[in-house]
Design a protein around this ligand. Structure first.
Ligand code: ZN
Length: 150
């Protein structure tokens, strides 16, 4: 994929998720909740999980923040619902790595694993926004750690 095409797609998909967030609601009977805050941008996220047998049965978020943080939360929820804990944690690592690894990973590998969330690789160009993109995934990791302990 050319860089220009990636950029156009990146903007369109982020805007779409920001304006019409998926899974943007509270759950009726969550098994865990996590609140997370990104002081560098002011993004606030609340994530709820309903799990059963180490599997994410349902996931939802609410919050307020920049387009990147909200779109990332929407994409993350869409991607991990139905996953078991280890699959979700692996994906968390892939996402994190995508934004902080020194060398940019192969786009095709990312796309295969992360789906639309792979488009956030564009955030690498804006180091100050990396925290916005990873916020939802951090909240997910915290929720899964809590679940693992209970
Ligand atoms: Zn932000």
């Amino acid at each position: 994929m050319s860089l220009r095409r990636l950029n156009t797609l990146y903007k369109a998909v982020i805007l779409d998720h920001y304006q019409k967030p998926r899974h943007c609601h509270k759950l009726t009977d969550p098994t865990s909740k996590v609140d997370i805050y990104n002081p560098s941008c002011g993004d606030v996220l609340h994530i709820e999980l309903k799990t059963e047998d180490e599997k994410i049965k349902e996931i939802g978020f609410t919050g307020e923040g920049c387009a990147i943080s909200m779109a990332s939360a929407s994409m993350m929820c869409e991607k991990v619902e139905g996953f078991n804990f280890s699959e979700a944690m692996d994906l968390h690592d892939v996402f994190q790595e995508m934004l902080i690894a020194e060398e940019e990973p192969e786009q095709s590998d990312l796309e295969e694993k992360l789906g639309e969330a792979s488009l956030l690789v564009g955030v690498r160009q804006f180091p100050a926004r990396v925290k916005c993109a990873t916020l939802a995934w951090q909240a997910l990791a915290q929720a899964l750690t809590k679940e693992g302990e209970s």
